[in-house]
Design a protein around this ligand. Structure first.
Ligand code: ZN
Length: 235
């Protein structure tokens, strides 16, 4: 399995890696800074640089649904072989926006006392759906979100065992997305000090000031008991 460097340090922008497999789906490596599509967050894009200096574009990063093995998607893998040493370089501006949005959604989650039914993090906007009957106002929510950004709440991660999480099911906020469990039987907790604590495999900023000014763009009623909240950067 690929060593997931991004889970320990989401600010790593590149790494050396050895190709462990070339498949029809893409390139598997011994380690990677690329986040694979999952938990509502888009897969990373960027560049694979060969030992000869050729730059190949990585258009997506995914995880095999059955095995959990991650792979990098390239237009052509013809020039690549198992055992090649390569450099993996993130499209960092894109990833950083995804990180800021992901942390922003955890802040949004902390402000609304209702279960999350689904979520999505894209480059230009992010959304969470809540199992919620009562309407919510955009303006106070925008103000509360920006207050959390200005307060610059710091983020830490730590690992707990599957059994510890199973004993505290209330930590899981998302009804549809279960946090990623791994072969070691551990799950990562993401904590924004005093504001939000939940299991999450995504990439986050170190403190909320990095999110920057945000704005609730729209709150939509989706079905009888579902509110969709869409947030954008106020830039
Ligand atoms: Zn998350």
């Amino acid at each position: 399995m690929t060593r997931e460097l991004f889970r320990e340090d989401s600010y790593l922008k590149s790494c050396e890696a050895t190709i462990t497999a070339v498949t029809e789906a893409g390139i598997e490596t011994d380690q990677s800074v690329f986040y694979p599509h999952g938990g509502g967050q888009l897969g990373d894009m960027g560049t694979l640089i060969t030992a000869a200096g050729d730059r190949l574009s990585i258009s997506d990063t995914r995880k095999d649904r059955d095995t959990g093995q991650q792979y990098h998607v390239l237009d052509s893998t013809n020039a690549l072989s198992q055992g090649d040493n390569v450099t993996l370089e993130l499209d960092w501006p894109r990833r950083y926006r995804l990180m800021r949005f992901h942390s922003c959604l955890h802040m949004l989650c902390s402000l609304i006392d209702a279960p999350v039914t689904s979520g999505s993090i894209q480059v230009d906007r992010a959304r969470l759906d809540f199992d919620l009957k009562d309407p919510i106002d955009k303006e106070p929510l925008t103000t509360a979100l920006n207050e959390l950004v200005t307060r610059n709440v710091s983020m830490t991660t730590r690992w707990i065992t599957d059994a510890e999480l199973d004993a505290q099911p209330e930590l899981v906020r998302t009804m549809s997305v279960q946090p990623p469990r791994n072969a070691q039987g551990t799950i990562r907790l993401v904590e924004f000090e005093g504001v939000d604590l939940q299991p999450c495999g995504g990439t986050h900023v170190a403190s909320t000031a990095e999110i920057g000014a945000v704005r609730i763009q729209k709150i939509e009623k989706k079905g009888k008991q579902n509110r969709r909240i869409i947030v954008v950067f106020d830039e």
